[in-house]
Design a protein around this ligand. Structure first.
Ligand SMILES: [Fe+2]
Length: 328
């Protein structure tokens, strides 16, 4: 019998799936709760520098720099977002100066908490919690999706704790070279600053809590069809169809509120109905609360379920196409 050293850190194994069970075209959107949509519109536009458009009854839609959007949904009671489940955006500005500016306007925008700017898990930035309890991470801008040029540890031999410490030493800015190009551009004389607190360029990532990186990677690759990359021993990145990424982090018994669900977009009604049937018959992974296909207030045919980590997903077929049409 072989026993695994308890300090061994297991890296994930790729499945090399060419035909996932679901045929989704993109992870198209996430949901953010808002107790006051007008206050959220002002905050996302004036402070964070995002594009904001009305979506329909009690909902706004927000995006920046990718085709992935955030649907801002009116709620009567605020939800609690744990800091681990933050969303991140990138700025080409001076993050220290932007931190100071946001700090000055903290009360005006209802900011509840802010961390100090520092190098954290390989990039420079800080976190803050908005009036609706949503946590945001601001990082310095890099070119392209956040996993570009990062090492992929998929299928590597497992690491000892000491090897992991060397690879992921705290205080090391692994993106430093790619950040400097954006900083130089920002410092050019002809650069026209955005009229916002942040010189933001892209909402780069959301975060998902998962119980077990190996099992969840299996589910994401075999069923949902995500493209995966192992970023560190405790996190992996998922993407599909846009340059926005989800960082899936190891957690303990995660629970996602329905009001923070993410969406997968399908390009035909037949593919959505096939996905519903496949999920209904799925035995390899425990999924819960699968709903029947229903047309929502925005004209989308939608199915919802909770996955093996209790993360809520909404699968949509939208006859109007990808959500960028809200900004046309
Ligand atoms: Fe992050």
């Amino acid at each position: 019998m072989t026993t695994e050293a308890p300090e061994t850190i297991r890296l994930t194994r790729g499945n090399h799936v060419t035909a996932p069970l679901l045929d989704a075209m993109a992870i198209s959107s996430a949901t953010l709760p808002s107790i006051d949509l007008e206050a959220s519109r002002i905050f996302y536009e004036e402070a964070l520098g995002f594009e904001v458009a009305p979506m329909g009854p009690n909902r706004l839609v927000v995006r920046l720099g990718t085709d992935h959007v955030y649907e801002v949904e009116k709620v009567d009671e605020p939800l609690e977002m744990p800091i681990l489940r933050h969303n991140g955006f990138q700025t080409r500005g001076d993050a220290v100066a932007e931190h100071a500016r946001l700090s000055e306007r903290k009360e005006h925008y209802g900011i509840k908490k802010m961390t100090k700017p520092m190098v954290m898990h390989g990039t420079f930035g800080f976190y803050f919690q908005d009036r609706d309890n949503n946590w945001w991470e601001c990082n310095l801008a890099i070119d392209g999706p956040m996993d570009k040029d990062l090492k992929d540890y998929t299928d590597r031999p497992d690491m000892s704790a000491e090897e992991a410490r060397v690879h992921f030493a705290p205080g090391v800015d692994i993106l430093a070279e790619r950040i400097s190009a954006y900083k130089q551009e920002h410092e050019r004389e002809d650069y026209v600053p955005k009229p916002a607190v942040f010189q933001s360029i892209r909402i780069s990532h959301g975060t998902l809590e998962v119980n077990n990186l190996q099992k969840t990677r299996d589910f994401y690759e075999k069923v949902l069809g995500f493209q995966m990359m192992q970023q560190s021993p405790v996190s992996m990145m998922a993407g599909l169809g846009t340059e926005h990424r989800y960082v899936a982090v190891a957690s303990n018994d995660p629970q996602m509120e329905h009001g923070m669900r993410n969406r997968l977009l399908f390009d035909s009604e037949a593919k959505l109905r096939d996905a519903h049937k496949t999920l209904g018959e799925l035995t390899e992974f425990p999924i819960h609360d699968l709903t029947e296909p229903t047309t929502d207030a925005f004209g989308r045919l939608a199915v919802e379920f909770r996955d093996l980590d209790n993360n809520w997903w909404e699968l949509d077929y939208d006859p109007k196409g990808p959500p960028s049409y809200y900004f046309a």
